[in-house]
Design a binder for this molecule. Structure first.
Ligand SMILES: NC(=O)c1ccc[n+]([C@@H]2O[C@H](COP(=O)([O-])OP(=O)(O)OC[C@H]3O[C@@H](n4cnc5c(N)ncnc54)[C@H](O)[C@@H]3O)[C@@H](O)[C@H]2O)c1
Ligand SMILES: [Zn+2]
Length: 375
């Protein structure tokens, strides 16, 4: 991965106003641009990336109302506004994008610009992956989660009534344009939910990122661009470097699932209603850490440090009424169970992980009890 921090050094950028990353994929390469005014310069960036001239913005009502104005000069095509929220992340919404594009006569020399959170990015990306067997998509993420996670890596798709993200494709973006200023309008709980994924990157790959997140928490919550930029950039760099090594998730990409095994199970047993995704991941990280401590692979002081940061970030929905046995059982239905084996990501330090394939239901149940679930 090529990496350059403009007007700054190659080390962890302190106040660098703009960061460029290049991500290699099996089908080419794309750039991630992270800068406070990146959305205002989008038209020029798309020209420079060689994006086809006919550009269709796919966004949601909410996001378009807040930020549509910034993208006025990107295209003369009507924006395609899709309903927002996880429950609209299904094929019918993809169908609405196809309808609008066919009606507008979109051809192979067309591209989609996805402006929104992870739901919009996944849905619009899937439409781009399949329309005329694939047209380019540029991701312009507007939630913290989308800026540090879903917009990078090329996974796109939708849910099926039988499960999350069951239908999808790999369709790496033509470019990712990240403007931290778009986060100013994000509700605090959504912002915090994304920030747990930043903590995840810290634990799996970078103590420096972990510590900076704790230190700058106030400025981050205030959406201070100079605090956000290095944290978003470092998260993207970690994700990009991992997906570059393992695009299709056969090895190291699994480390991104730290906190997600128990997290997904918590989301599933509460029918996706109680937790924002990041909140469930926060509990998942705590459970995985407790398990790692009890196995003797993770130092107790590191676990306490992680728990303290999560507490400092704010309240999480309660879990005392949930059964540890039931949640442990739900992890076995995880999509990522391979040949009956659960690949469980365990921290070994803040900044490093290992994968265990022999975690038992009993061990997991004890860990879930340790973080407050009932037996
Ligand atoms: N493709 C991947 O690799 C990948 C990785 C992680 C998560 N995901 C997916 O991402 C989705 C979750 O994404 P999300 O957390 O961004 O949720 P989301 O897209 O549902 O957005 C959350 C809410 O924030 C609102 N919103 C978005 N941007 C805003 C802004 N700037 N100001 C005000 N409000 C704004 C939206 O209208 C929505 O109500 C899930 O479906 C998940 O499966 C995909
Ligand atoms: Zn996640």
């Amino acid at each position: 991965m090529l990496l350059s921090y403009h007007r700054s050094t190659m080390s962890f950028p302190a106040t660098s106003p703009s960061v460029h990353l290049n991500v290699r994929t099996s089908v080419g390469e794309y750039a991630i641009e992270i800068a406070p005014d990146a959305s205002l310069r989008l038209a020029a960036t798309l020209d420079a990336a060689g994006l086809p001239a006919r550009r269709f913005i796919v966004s949601s009502q909410t996001v378009w109302r807040f930020h549509g104005e910034r993208l006025q000069n990107v295209t003369t095509e009507e924006p395609i506004l899709i309903p927002d929220g996880e429950r609209y992340k299904h094929l019918a919404t993809v169908g609405r994008i196809y309808d609008a594009m066919i009606r507008a006569g979109a051809d192979r020399l067309s591209a989609i610009v996805a402006l929104g959170g992870g739901v919009t990015g996944d849905v619009a990306g899937f439409a781009a992956a399949t329309y005329l067997r694939g047209i380019p998509v540029v991701q312009v993420p507007t939630t913290l989660l989308a800026q540090v996670d879903s917009s990078v890596g090329g996974k796109v798709g939708v849910n099926h009534a039988m499960g999350k993200n069951l239908i999808g494709a790999f369709h790496p973006p033509a470019a990712v344009v990240i403007d931290p200023e778009l986060l100013a309008t994000l509700p605090r709980r959504e912002f915090r939910s994304g920030l747990y994924e930043v903590v995840k990157y810290g634990v799996i790959a970078s103590r420096a990122l972990f510590e900076r997140t704790g230190r700058d928490l106030k400025a981050l919550f205030a959406r201070n661009a100079s605090a956000l930029l290095p944290v978003v950039a470092e998260s993207c760099r970690i994700k990009a470097s991992i997906v570059e090594q393992d695009e299709r998730e056969s090895g190291i990409r699994r480390t991104l699932n730290f906190g997600h095994t128990a997290g997904h199970a918590l989301e599933a047993v509460t029918r996706y209603r109680r937790f924002r995704h990041g909140e469930a991941v926060a509990y998942g990280m705590l459970a995985a850490s407790a398990l790692a401590v009890s196995r003797g692979v993770f130092p107790e002081p590191d676990r306490r440090e992680l728990a303290a940061l999560i507490v400092q970030m704010g309240p999480l929905p309660p879990v005392g009424d949930l059964s540890a046995a039931e949640v442990a059982e739900a992890t076995r239905r995880d999509k990522k169970v391979l040949a009956g084996r659960l690949h469980f990501v365990l921290p070994t330090a803040i900044g490093a992980t290992t994968t265990a394939t022999d975690v038992t239901a009993d061990e997991l149940r004890s860990a879930l009890q340790a973080i407050g679930l009932k037996p």
